[in-house]
Design a binder for this molecule. Structure first.
Ligand SMILES: Cc1ncc(COP(=O)(O)O)c(C=O)c1O
Length: 434
């Protein structure tokens, strides 16, 4: 363990240290060290978290630059606003109308006093989109995953989940200490092996959890094969399609539609924080399943409903999925254009959805590279250790249908420059050489 003195004076630690050794420090000391640690990173231009955005979320945003102490324009490649709905005039019009009719907020959870006709309309529209009987809306996608697992699983059940499953799902599993086993990412043999074992050992249900589009790499689950395995081993499939909804499939229904599996997913979870660019989450499934969740998913029962304005934004977004299908086509064209350009630069990328991951080689200082993107006016997210293993640090590019060809070319030029500038620097993780 690092000593207190080391932790206060030494920069050679990472966020992981705060999660492990740092926890043993008295609280005030821990808070102060972490505060000082981040101030140090910011001063050294190694921390780009919490950049204040001054304008509407769009392909270009204005941010407050903490180093130059000035506003500056940046091309946005770090937002899940895949189809540009965040600032779409029709969405804004519907939000205004909802505010005039229902007011700014609702002031309570749905079971008691937070359920408007608009909430019900959205549940019905989502059910149609997901080819499901019914839908329940949660305050966030995180709450949807947490509530779903905690309500559905029991102590005799087995939960089998992909190793790249989102933290919100994994936290749900941990909360009640359910029997759970993860399988190597997208490894069907590993999944089948665990299922075979669980079929013999488990007294209760078997749940398999996967994501349509994985959030860190943007790759798809082999959903057709997973559905077949679930049928074979009588397992219930929990699909998190946060990044597939609106993006995948001819109508934007999601990854199930992409694989021709409409109506065949047992439990379909999604968020409003990606393509709909607001906040909220949902679970679609059979009527009894949704009815049960309304009374046993604690993150639904004990948390206030989404404001009607947010509900209206999602409803407008669902309409636009149908009325403006060119946006989805444009998104995929933009992704294909960027991927081709990146392959020309030597990157091995084959994205199928709206996310492209650029793996950072061990010879590169990811934090220096992140600042270089920032300096060149490109807003992009870096995913650092301990969020991912040291050797898997990456930049995550989120593509939008509203990006122009010039935007994409500027990103490609910047990637080339940053890679040239930063590749020679010694490898660092969390400010630490390794
Ligand atoms: C795959 C996945 N599931 C769930 C969530 C949580 O959604 P939200 O941000 O809407 O709470 C996210 C968000 O990052 C996600 O990427």
């Amino acid at each position: 363990m690092k000593t207190t003195v080391q932790m206060s004076s030494d920069q050679a630690f990472t966020l992981k240290d705060f999660l492990t050794d740092g926890r043993q420090l008295p609280l005030q000391q821990r808070l102060q060290f972490f505060y000082n640690y981040r101030q140090g990173l910011i001063a050294r231009k190694q921390d780009l978290y919490l950049r204040p955005i001054l304008s509407a979320a769009d392909r270009e945003v204005e941010i407050w630059d903490v180093w130059s102490k000035q506003p500056r324009k940046m091309l946005m490649f770090g937002s899940n606003n895949y189809l540009g709905f965040a600032n779409h005039p029709y969405v804004l019009q519907k939000v205004h109308q909802a505010m005039e009719k229902f007011g700014a907020g609702i002031g309570g959870p749905p079971l008691l006093n937070g359920y408007t006709a608009l909430h019900r309309e959205l549940e019905e529209r989502l059910s149609a989109l997901k080819h499901s009987e019914d839908t329940i809306i949660f305050p966030t996608g995180y709450a949807a995953n947490l509530g779903m697992v905690c309500a559905l699983a029991g102590e005799n059940d087995a939960i089998i989940y992909d190793a790249h499953s989102h933290a919100s799902f994994q936290d749900g599993v941990k909360l009640y200490g359910f029997q759970a086993e993860k399988f190597r990412h997208n490894d069907l043999n590993a999944l089948e092996q665990i299922l075979r074992h669980a079929a013999l050992q488990t007294k209760g249900e078997r749940f398999v959890a996967a994501e349509g589009v994985y959030s860190m790499d943007g790759d798809l689950a082999p959903l057709d094969k997973i559905v077949t395995l679930c049928r074979q081993y009588k397992a219930i499939l929990l699909l998190d399609d946060a990044h597939g909804t609106g993006v995948m499939g001819a109508s934007g229904s999601g990854t199930a539609e992409h694989f021709g599996l409409e109506g065949q997913i047992d439990v379909n979870m999604g968020t409003f924080s990606k393509v709909f660019a607001v906040t909220g989450g949902f679970v679609s499934g059979s009527k009894p399943l949704v009815h049960y969740l309304r009374f046993f998913a604690r993150s639904y029962m004990f948390s206030a409903s989404l404001p009607p304005t947010v509900v209206a934004a999602v409803l407008a977004g669902i309409e636009l999925l149908e009325k403006e299908p060119w946006r989805r086509r444009q998104l995929h064209e933009n992704v294909a254009y960027l991927a081709a350009g990146l392959r020309n630069l030597g990157f091995d990328v084959h994205p199928q959805a709206g996310i492209i991951a650029l793996r950072v080689p061990p010879s590169m200082n990811i934090r220096k590279a992140a600042y270089e993107f920032h300096r060149n006016g490109i807003f992009v997210n870096s995913v650092e250790y301990p969020a991912v293993p040291l050797k898997e640090q990456r930049f995550r590019i989120s593509v939008m249908s509203t990006h122009t060809k010039e935007d994409l070319d500027r990103l490609l030029e910047t990637v080339e420059t940053v890679w040239q500038q930063c590749s020679e620097v010694r490898a660092m993780a969390g400010g630490v050489e390794y």
